[in-house]
Design a protein. Structure first.
Length: 432
């Protein structure tokens, strides 16, 4: 899902300051009572289209380059921002949005992971990404929708290409970054053109050009602006197609992002090989985060390395997983490495050798940092017959999207970390 030059071992997150105006995101550990009872009484819910614009930072909207989003916001709901879950990465947050579980609870704890039974997982490892065993610690909304008689279709949503609990969406496409934004839109419209018996009620659509441009050129580049314009043009094509099919006013549409983007100058490197003997640890990840596990027979050396790195460091913080700050809701899952080092916003954790061998392919924009940092905040706009019109909504955490969607579809929510009551005021009173 990322730009081809991007390192496959990249990013988790780094600590920073809180985001002004953002509600606290401390919700209970998943339980059957967490937003599980809020279901719509409507026997035939309006279709729901969930759209992700990868890395569309909340304040990108203020650049005035997205007239279609502006139209949806003016006649729908526009949140000040949506806070990603920690770590603010693509796969963890896309799976959080469709399960309501933070990465520490849904099992997708990073874009790059290691599991003793399953081996290595990374964005470019198609075999791992399509293996449902990596994803089966949670239940995505398309599985629940199908179980309750609603047909589903996903256009490239992370996780939808895996056989989770023996189940795929009714219709889905394996990820192919050569498929253009217009072609992705046309596929969604084609699914909606099917006879009623096959037509999906829940659909997803994924765009990644804004993310690619942000990584390669940085969030303040003209290339990001161009990608914002191009993606908005694809959304305009979608709206035209929905209007031609008389669906625009009958379909609920949620447009959001998984995370934001920050500038990372090429010179802002924490060289891990100059701090510890890397041959004494199993390196799980590098990038915005470094994650390490002990090597068999090296426990004493690992303990010494942990002691060293947990001392104050320049431009990063390191913890044993049991000591990661509670506000991040991270560190309990077995897939989280034993030692986690998080770069300060605007810095990366790397090695001398990696930098020397990847000249010209290192991202100058990145994410995965502290999920409360303003640069990590994501877009959220919603429009449709069940949403109120023309309101500005407060910032909220992305775990709340899941119970909102299950309510719109009239299906029971699985145990989750979200809180429907925090977002119900987006909806018209009759729909609560």
């Amino acid at each position: 899902m990322k730009f081809p030059f991007r390192p496959l071992w990249c990013v988790v997150a780094a600590l920073g300051t809180g985001c002004a105006g953002l509600k606290p995101t401390t919700h209970p550990t998943p339980s059957a009572t967490s937003a599980a009872t809020h279901v719509s009484a409507a026997p035939r819910p309006a279709p729901l289209l969930l759209i992700s614009i990868d890395a569309y930072r909340a304040d990108y909207y203020d650049r005035g380059l997205s007239p279609t989003l502006g139209m949806l916001a003016k006649t729908g709901v526009h949140a000040d921002s949506m806070q990603p879950s920690f770590p603010s990465l693509t796969f963890p947050n896309h799976y959080t949005i469709v399960t309501g579980l933070r990465p520490d609870h849904n099992g997708i704890v990073n874009n790059t992971m290691f599991d003793p039974k399953l081996g290595a997982f990374s964005l470019g490892n198609r075999k791992a990404v399509s293996n449902g065993l990596w994803w089966d610690e949670a239940t995505p909304i398309w599985e629940t929708a199908d179980a309750h008689g609603l047909r589903t279709a996903t256009m490239f949503w992370p996780g939808s290409g895996a056989d989770i609990h023996g189940h795929h969406p009714d219709q889905w496409k394996p990820f192919d970054d050569s498929v253009t934004a217009d072609q992705r839109v046309d596929q969604v419209l084609a699914w909606l053109d099917q006879p009623a018996a096959r037509r999906p009620t829940f659909l997803t659509l994924y765009f990644d050009a804004v993310d690619h441009a942000g990584h390669r050129y940085g969030p303040h580049s003209t290339q990001v602006d161009d990608a914002i314009r191009d993606t908005d043009a694809a959304l305009a094509r979608l709206v035209r197609g929905l209007k031609q099919r008389h669906l625009y006013r009958r379909m609920n549409i949620i447009v959001l992002a998984d995370h934001g983007m920050a500038s990372v100058p090429l010179s802002h490197n924490v060289m891990m090989d100059k701090l510890i003997p890397l041959q004494d640890v199993h390196t799980v990840t590098m990038g915005i985060v470094a994650g390490f596990d002990p090597k068999p027979g090296h426990l004493h050396a690992f303990a010494a390395i942990e002691h060293t790195l947990q001392q104050p460091q320049q431009h990063m913080h390191c913890w044993d997983k049991s000591r990661i700050p509670a506000r991040l809701d991270y560190g309990h899952n077995a897939r989280v490495p034993q030692l986690v080092c998080l770069a300060d916003v605007g810095w990366r954790i790397t090695t001398t050798r990696y930098n020397a061998t990847h000249q010209g392919r290192i991202s100058v924009g990145d994410h995965g940092y502290d999920n409360a940092d303003p640069r990590m905040q994501a877009l959220f706009i919603a429009h449709g017959p069940d949403f109120r019109e023309g309101i500005r909504f407060h910032a909220f955490p992305n775990v709340d999207v899941y119970p909102l969607m299950t309510h719109l579809l009239g299906i029971p929510a699985r145990p989750n970390d979200g809180n429907y009551r925090d977002v119900e005021d987006m909806l018209k009173p009759v729909d609560r």
